[in-house]
Design a binder for this molecule. Structure first.
Ligand SMILES: [Zn+2]
Ligand SMILES: [Zn+2]
Length: 426
């Protein structure tokens, strides 16, 4: 009986493969990644880092699949990936997505709408590198639930947001990135100060410093997707580049890949800002005084090489209160991030409590003035802490992870330019 079902299943897939082969014949590419044993669709399994058949439990390494499907040849010959992927476009937000033939795209991971149509793209290029998924969808779903249900967050989340959630719609997407390599040169002058006490006086020594140096950078990432919020992508960094692999289609089955739509040249500005942030901070740190102010600082960034890479992320976009909320998880490290809505009612209640509790406690020991002051302080701190907890998404300001540890100084000097004595107020 079981064999019979299995045979029927196999026949069904063989037919399907034939159909798809026909469509693909013009390029002679093997389009669908099917089990070498039984013909059922394969998917890349992040927990074992191999392709797995859910039908007969066979496992295949990426190398084995490449060999049987001729991926190796296409890697060296084909510059274009267009013919190898099934392509979709979202008619709501315009996202262009690719998947292997066995993976269907039902919901757009960027806008959450199901207005997905098959499409045809022209002139895209093959990625150079890829980091495979190492987190499964189940783990992503679990992390998301843990993320918004954790203590403080659950306290402030509107109830209807939790109820309306479409957790199961989390999708694994390979996000396109440009990786930039190059060198930054810096030249700057700084004012610096040290202060110490001498009896009743505070003495401030003043210096002027000069620094010249450089730092090289390698693989500073900037996502090449228009729809992907830059701050969200910056916030799920870093990716561990030790697992970078040469690109192969065999990592794709079961996931989507977005086609880049930000030109490499247009992404440079982002990488440049981060490199500037790091070299400025590292150079300033070489001036060993208590207080350092930049006077005039000039940074030149030279780009030497660019690579095109795909990084794994799980995305969930959920509509709530006429706004769309996107959550992202690093598909390699499991780091989860996303801004959460704050319930106004709950927020006001929390502020009220954080004012009243210290107010009542302090007023029992001290005057009303002091109690009001204590209440306000605690309420302000609570308010700020709520914001940081609920809105953790932010832009990256440096590129420390992708640069040398310190600046190579090629010139430096420092001169003492004066001192100031000031009588301390009582
Ligand atoms: Zn199989
Ligand atoms: Zn969309």
């Amino acid at each position: 009986m079981l064999n019979c079902v299995r045979n029927l299943y196999r026949e069904h897939y063989n037919k399907k493969i034939k159909r798809e082969k026909k469509m693909a014949d013009k390029t002679n590419e093997a389009l669908a990644y099917n089990c070498l044993n039984c013909g059922a669709p394969l998917r890349f399994d992040p927990t074992i880092g191999k392709l797995k058949c859910d039908h007969c439990d066979s496992e295949f390494t990426v190398e084995e699949i490449e060999e049987s499907f001729g991926g190796k040849e296409s890697q060296s010959e084909a510059k274009s990936t267009d013919e190898e992927w099934k392509t979709y476009s979202c008619s709501t937000c315009g996202a262009e997505l690719m998947a292997d033939l066995n993976t269907a795209v039902m919901v757009c991971p960027y806008c959450g709408n199901n207005t997905i149509a098959t499409a045809q793209f022209a002139g895209s290029i093959r990625p150079d590198l890829l980091i495979p998924f190492s987190v499964t969808k189940d783990q992503a779903v679990k992390s998301y639930e843990e993320y918004y249900k954790k203590g403080f967050k659950k306290l402030l989340l509107p109830k209807s947001f939790i109820n309306d959630n479409h957790v199961q719609e989390i999708q694994g997407v390979y996000i396109p990135f440009w990786l930039f390599k190059g060198r930054a040169d810096i030249e700057g002058t700084y004012y610096a100060e040290d202060s110490h006490d001498e009896g009743d006086y505070e003495v401030t020594e003043k210096y002027k410093a000069y620094r010249q140096g450089n730092m090289s950078f390698d693989r500073v990432p900037a996502d090449a997707s228009k729809r992907m919020a830059d701050n969200l992508m910056d916030s799920i960094e870093p990716y561990d580049f030790k697992s970078l692999k040469s690109f192969s289609m065999s990592y794709l089955p079961g996931f989507l890949a977005e086609r880049f739509d930000v030109d490499e040249k247009d992404d440079r500005e982002r990488a440049k800002k981060r490199v500037e942030g790091t070299i400025k901070q590292k150079t300033r740190a070489t001036i060993k005084h208590e207080k350092v102010d930049e006077d005039r600082v000039q940074v030149d960034v030279e780009f030497q090489a660019t690579e095109y890479a795909l990084f794994p992320a799980y995305l969930l976009t959920t509509g709530w209160n006429d706004k769309s909320w996107t959550f992202a998880m690093n598909g390699q490290t499991g780091k989860f991030i996303g801004d959460l809505p704050i319930s106004v009612g709950k927020f006001i209640l929390l502020l009220l409590l954080s004012f009243l509790i210290p107010f009542i406690l302090v007023s029992m020991l001290s005057g009303t003035d002091v109690a009001i002051f204590a209440g306000i302080i605690v309420a302000v701190i609570t308010g700020l802490a709520s914001r940081t907890t609920m809105k953790p998404v932010h832009r990256a300001i440096g590129a420390d992870d992708y640069m040398e540890k310190s600046v190579n100084l090629t010139g430096q000097n420092e001169e003492h330019i004066g001192s100031e004595r000031r009588k301390k107020n009582d």
